[in-house]
Design a protein around this ligand. Sequence first.
Ligand code: NAD
Length: 451
Amino acid sequence: MSNQPYATAAAGQKEDVDLAVAAATRAFTDGPWPRMKPRQRARVLDQIADAIEAQDARLAELETFDTGLPITQALGQAQRAAENFRFFADLIVAQTDDAYSVPGAQLNYVNRKPVGVAGLITPWNTPFMLESWKLAPALASGCTVVLKPAELTPLSAGLWAQIFRDAGVPDGVFNLVNGLGEEAGDALVKHPDVPLISFTGESSTGQLIFANAAPFLKGLSMELGGKSPAVVFADADLDAAIDSTLFGVFSLNGERCTAGSRILVERAIYDEFLERYAERARNIVVGDPHDPATEVGALVHPEHFEKVMSYVELGKTEGRLLAGGGRPTGLDTGNYVAPTVFADVAPDARIFQEEIFGPVVAITPFDSDDEALALANGVRYGLAAYIWTRDLERAHTFARNVESGMVWLNSHNVRDLRTPFGGVKASGLGHEGGYRSIDFYTHQQAVHITL
Ligand code: NAD
């Protein structure tokens, strides 16, 4: 917020990663964690969830301080982190694995085994919650872990060690190495004793990790960037669509992987939509992230602020500015960007194609379902899509044809944790969520018996 130094975090080097991996390997090879019954591990995971909830106010405070997220939204992230642990605790206890019999001839069953030391690399947006999305299934599966959080937001990750110790996680199961991506992250990716990497971050970083992990044939799960479309048809519930598309790109400061950062609006309602949307955007409260009245806080870092501002300037040449367009009035220092709305943005514009990761939205009109689909699919990303229409057939047809890992019909944000989470095209590799996460962190060995 003030861009003054407020904490010093360790810059872990390869030697630190080696030590962490050695501890995790010992805990995996000799320790009780991978050998516990699912119910025993689930009890520990439930205690972790309780501990997170018990300090949600402190956690939210840290997260707001470190990331610039509005405090009311940071509170929600702590709740979601706790829920991730409860969910995977329930899942491993309920889990069944297949057995197949060929009567009188053969019996076949599946032996599920944790893969080993999981390397977890996470970004700076909603850091604690995204760490929990990896830690919970990795630990539930019986893996031991080395977590490398984002260098820009190391504070909340410091809470994990105490939470895990208090909950009864054995020593060596959880290891944390703070540090830069190209140092600590790189060493983790290239460590021969880490058989799998779960990564969330930019698509370009994902490509580099993919290449660096290739010689080791590591298991990879990649949750990458997005430029998700929100498509508003003329028959939509316009009030709900406006509420949702504002939330979609201006909540979490726009620093949200699933942000609906391109809004495609049917021509018949285009002008009305623009007028109402821009009016609402101009009234969003930007300010001190700690103030409960704040709706958009400060961006995470001055470099990221500069990047977002460069897109704001570019947008003035690529679209029609309807709201924002720079710093909010009265906030002359700090990483504050006024919620910015560009209309009439052409599909080849950079602000239509590239992930900005800030409170900036591009709006484009369309005349037909086919054109809307072509616009929605006309980017390299494919993470989420939001569709607003009262016509169910159109909604389901569009959902089937849109190139995205997730679709929200007349809704946003809320998802059942059993559903797949992930992107297609440049937005990711593999899907997590529900048993898919457990599958990623476990080997499924087939055992065949001749009767
Ligand atoms: P980033 O790619 O810069 O960094 C992510 C993590 O990777 C950090 O911990 C960083 O230190 C590490 N890293 C960087 N270079 C590395 C290397 N060479 N080897 C190993 N690790 C390395 O991403 P960011 O700026 O922190 O996060 C924002 C991005 O994350 C956006 O693109 C956003 O869309 C994406 N994201 C995606 C999802 C999703 O679920 N798809 C969720 C949140 C964020």
